[in-house]
Every structure is written in structure tokens, then in C-alpha cells.
Ligand binder design. Structure first.
Ligand SMILES: NC(=O)c1ccc[n+]([C@@H]2O[C@H](COP(=O)([O-])OP(=O)(O)OC[C@H]3O[C@@H](n4cnc5c(N)ncnc54)[C@H](O)[C@@H]3O)[C@@H](O)[C@H]2O)c1
Length: 286
């Protein structure tokens, strides 16, 4: 059963939602469950050394996720709810075209979830190249800015308010070794969130960030391997140490971030904007 009936019929765009078991997939499932029409989008193809095949949500994965979400919606008697569209968040023409298509085909854009992110490029500062820095800052910050700019424009024209949720990270609040570009981009995403909230509040558009701690998605699993190797620990030792740091005693799951995102889109959160909300089992407390 839906928790937020007011979300029925809202139109949502989730970026970077093409990878199986990623946060984007889970957020899309949750918003569809709440009755939204959801556009899941992703770059859909590998893109040079900085964006290898194993890090990318492919078009076929996206199509399969959309089909599953639609099948679940049909079972609930809701009708088709999900559509997959290719969208590289670094390509301005694609961002504009996808938003224009949503307005024409689905009657608008009410919710933007800036979820696309690059978290694979972990290196000590001394070894991090400028092109690696640019790749991370590009997707995580420039891409979120571009989607925000054009989505907010569409929301203002519609005149019915809107919700922007930026999937930041614990790395938006604290520093982590070998993650200079990632931490800088996620700290910057909170700055973008705050300015968006201030500039668009008068249009009843809220902007908030969600800051998950570790979640074992495809990206999270890769990070576990990287950090356990870097620290000379076995995977079991690393995961046990991680759980020991988290007051609620477990790593995050995608549904935690999806639930926080859905709440931020609901009427219950209509007076919440400019926030950066930890979803970390108490690991991050500021
Ligand atoms: N997994 C975690 O532990 C964790 C924790 C905190 C925050 N996050 C953030 O959550 C978001 C989702 O992460 P995830 O763990 O599901 O990882 P993921 O790698 O499964 O998802 C990231 C997605 O972004 C897409 N992407 C990359 N470049 C793109 C581009 N130019 N245009 C469009 N899409 C692009 C990828 O194809 C991929 O599908 C990211 O922003 C990540 O930084 C993840």
C-alpha cells in the first residue's frame, strides 16, 4: 500500500538508475509504488577509461528494471508506471530533450532525483589525475547542476511546485582517504542543494540532499573491496569493523535511501528544504 497518496500521478525523473541493485533502481521502485510515473535514466554505455563497462547501467538493464516495475504496478492494479530513457547527465542537449519529452508525453516533471554518480575513481591525491578528478566532479556535481537547472525551469513553468532530491553521501559530511574527488563533489552537492532551496523556495520547489553511509550496491561492493585491500583487511574483517562503527548495527540497504527520498517528496516534508539528511544508522551525526 502507498504511504503517500499525494504522490499518485506525479512525474519523476531518476538519473543514474540503470544499474541493477543500485540506489536509483530502489528509489524508482519506491516512487512507482507510491503511484508516480517514473522515468528511469542512465548513460547506457561505457565512456572511456573513467567510465568502464562494469560501472555503467546499460540500456538493457534499464529496460528490464522498467519492465519489472511495470509488472509490479500492474499486479497492484496501477497500470504501467515506468519508462526507461537514455540520459548522459553531462550532455546538455540530452538533459533538455529528456525533460521536454517528459513534459510532452507525461504532462510535466514534479520530482527530480539526482542520483547519477561516479564513485569508482579512488586514489591517493598524489596519484589522482586531472581527467579522473574531472570525471568525478563532472557527473556528481556538474551533472546534478545541469539536471537541476532544466528541471527547475520546467517546474517553474508548470507552476505546481516540485521536489529535487540530491543523492549525496556520508562523504558529503566527512573526509575519507583516497576519495578527494568524490568527497569534494559530494560536499559541493550539499552547497548546490542549499542554493537551489533558497532560489526556488518562492516557487514551492524544495531541494534536499540524502546522505547515505555505506550501501552494498555494485558501487558499494567495489568500494568494500578497494578499502579492505588498502587497509590490509579481509572482506569479513572490513565488514565487521564497519558494522561496529554503526550504532544501529548494520550497513545501509537501498530501501533506506529510497524511503528517505520518498518522504522528502511527500506532503509530510513540504516545509523541509535545504537539508542534508543523514541515512546512516547513526554513523554520521552532523
Ligand atoms: N553505494 C553507496 O554506498 C553509496 C553511499 C552514498 C552515496 N551513494 C551515491 O548514490 C548514487 C548511486 O550510487 P550506487 O551505489 O547505486 O552506484 P551505481 O554505480 O550502481 O550507480 C551510479 C549510476 O550512475 C550512472 N552514471 C554514471 N555516469 C553517468 C552519466 N554521465 N550520466 C548518467 N548516469 C551516469 C552509472 O551508469 C550508474 O548506473 C551515487 O550518486 C553515489 O555516489 C552511494
Amino acid at each position: 500500500m502507498a504511504n503517500y497518496p499525494e504522490l499518485k500521478g506525479k512525474v519523476a525523473l531518476v538519473t543514474g538508475a540503470g544499474r541493477r541493485q543500485g540506489l536509483g533502481e530502489s528509489i524508482a521502485r519506491r516512487l512507482a509504488h507510491e503511484g508516480c510515473t517514473v522515468i528511469i535514466s542512465d548513460i547506457g554505455h561505457a565512456n572511456g577509461a573513467e567510465m568502464p563497462t562494469h560501472a555503467v547501467g546499460t540500456q538493457s538493464e534499464m529496460d528490464a528494471v522498467a519492465a519489472e516495475i511495470n509488472a509490479a504496478a500492474m499486479n497492484r492494479g496501477q497500470g504501467g508506471a515506468c519508462h526507461a530513457m537514455t540520459l548522459d547527465v553531462l550532455e546538455e542537449t540530452q538533459v533538455k530533450a529528456v525533460i521536454a519529452a517528459m513534459v510532452t508525453r507525461h504532462g510535466g516533471l514534479d520530482i527530480l532525483i539526482n542520483n547519477a554518480g561516479v564513485g569508482y575513481l579512488m586514489k591517493p591525491i598524489a596519484e589522482l589525475s586531472m581527467s579522473e578528478w574531472d570525471a568525478v566532479l563532472g557527473v556528481n556535481l556538474r551533472g546534478a547542476f545541469m539536471c537541476t537547472k532544466y528541471a527547475a525551469e520546467a517546474m517553474v513553468q508548470q507552476g505546481r511546485g516540485g521536489r529535487i532530491v540530491n543523492i549525496a553521501s556520508q562523504a558529503a559530511k566527512s573526509g575519507f582517504p583516497f576519495a578527494a574527488a568524490y568527497c569534494a563533489s559530494k560536499h559541493g552537492l550539499i552547497g548546490l542543494t542549499r542554493v537551489t532551496a533558497i532560489e526556488y523556495g518562492k516557487h514551492q520547489i524544495t531541494a534536499n540532499a540524502v546522505c547515505p553511509n555505506h550501501v552494498t550496491t555494485g558501487l558499494g561492493a567495489w568500494q568494500n573491496e578497494y578499502f579492505s585491500n588498502a587497509l590490509g583487511m579481509s572482506m569479513d574483517q572490513y565488514m565487521t569493523a564497519m558494522k561496529g562503527r554503526i550504532p544501529l548495527g548494520r550497513a545501509g540497504v537501498p530501501e533506506d535511501t529510497a524511503a528517505a527520498s520518498a518522504w522528502l517528496c511527500s506532503d509530510d516534508a513540504k516545509y523541509v528544504t535545504g537539508e542534508a539528511m543523514n541515512v546512516s544508522g547513526g554513523e554520521e551525526v552532523h
